[in-house]
Design a protein around this ligand. Structure first.
Ligand SMILES: C[S@@+](CC[C@H](N)C(=O)[O-])C[C@H]1O[C@@H](n2cnc3c(N)ncnc32)[C@H](O)[C@@H]1O
Length: 325
């Protein structure tokens, strides 16, 4: 038997056995030591027979990582389990911090494997429809380790930039004001009727889904096991499904199962308002960088540089390549 220790950072998915990956189950089977928060360990109870189980509470992330390192140094195979994905607000970061501080490198005697799992963002989205079909991001409202001004700045930036946003750690018994502040920042840039989905305990026995709006979001039943999905300016809710359009309406007339390309657009080519089309439009407009910056909500120096640059050979080549497809 190899004496080389191993740490497996295992994402268990949302909390139902059906949504755990085959590799996650195999990693737990392969391990002789399992470390994790009690709730998550309970999910894999039937796989634990004959293994050492170290149950740790929520606040002891660094302790869990240190414990894993110590066992792996003894040649043990340790599974450090996280809900969702271990790399999304999970154990992967603290584990690498502890490992690097201890002088570990990937060539060291301890092997590290990260086993991906479906994060709350994916699983909550799947329960409400297709809210993440366009650009999105995740922001945690937990200020236990992140200064509030950092969180607020990010909220403000993504609200302005019209991302779909998944809010992790939106509220707990002690942290009740953060969601109200997030709502306030969002309402500075977004319509009050922007769709919001509140998903509680996804794929767990107490699962609960509520559709609301940005204006009413803070009144919803939100807790520790809730993910809040805020749509972008095109997101809609229809027949109990939250959908963010992919953008086909910019290019096609989609009617009764037929698809006709809109005037000025071509299938397989960038949108007429894509980069090259936009550059041609602003150059032909004769308008100032300041005016264009206001219209497109872009930094003035960026627009000025775009106006100043000659059409590049690269853009011409991209056009030619697209023509050939
Ligand atoms: C510390 S983070 C862990 C995230 C996890 N690693 C993941 O990838 O989903 C905890 C937050 O994840 C979200 N979360 C985790 N499991 C969830 C579930 N089953 N339903 C809804 N939200 C969940 C909640 O926002 C919760 O406050």
């Amino acid at each position: 038997m190899s004496t080389r220790g191993k740490i497996m950072l295992v994402g268990l998915g949302p909390g139902s056995v059906e949504h755990m990956s085959a590799r996650a189950r195999a990693a737990i089977a392969e391990a002789d030591t399992i470390i994790g928060y009690v709730t998550y360990i309970r999910l894999v109870a039937e796989l634990l027979e004959g293994k050492e189980v170290v149950k740790k509470s929520m606040t002891e992330e660094l302790d869990r990582a240190i414990e894993a390192l110590e066992r792996a140094r003894q040649g043990r195979k340790v599974a450090l389990v996280s809900s969702g994905d271990a790399g999304v607000y999970g154990m992967a970061g603290p584990t690498f911090e502890v490992l690097f501080q201890a002088g570990w490198t990937p060539d060291s005697a301890i092997e590290v494997e990260i086993v991906p799992g479906a994060s709350a963002l994916n699983t909550c989205a799947a329960l409400v429809g297709a809210p993440l079909t366009h650009d999105f991001c995740a922001i945690s409202l937990s200020d236990l380790l992140t200064p509030w001004p950092t969180i607020a700045r990010r909220l403000d930036a993504v609200a302005y930039a019209d991302f779909v946003v998944a809010l992790y750690n939106p509220k707990s018994g002690r942290r009740t004001r953060q969601i109200v502040e997030a709502q306030r920042l969002f309402l500075r840039h977004r319509r009050a009727d922007t769709p919001v989905a509140i998903v509680k305990s996804a794929y767990r026995p107490r699962q609960r889904i509520e559709f609301t709006t940005l204006e009413r979001m803070a009144e919803a039943d939100i807790g520790m096991l809730t993910t809040v999905l805020i749509g972008n300016s095109n997101t809609f809710v229809r027949d109990g499904l939250m959908v963010t359009p992919r953008g086909y309406a910019h290019k096609y007339e989609v009617a009764a199962g037929e698809r006709a390309t809109l005037e000025g657009e071509q299938a397989g080519r960038s949108l007429s308002t894509g980069l090259n089309g936009w550059l041609a439009t602003i150059r032909a407009s004769g308008r100032s960088a300041a005016e264009l910056a206001t219209e497109y909500r872009l930094p003035q120096d960026y627009v000025a540089a775009a106006l100043a640059a000659a059409p590049t050979a690269a853009a011409a080549m991209a056009d030619a390549a697209e023509d050939a497809t």
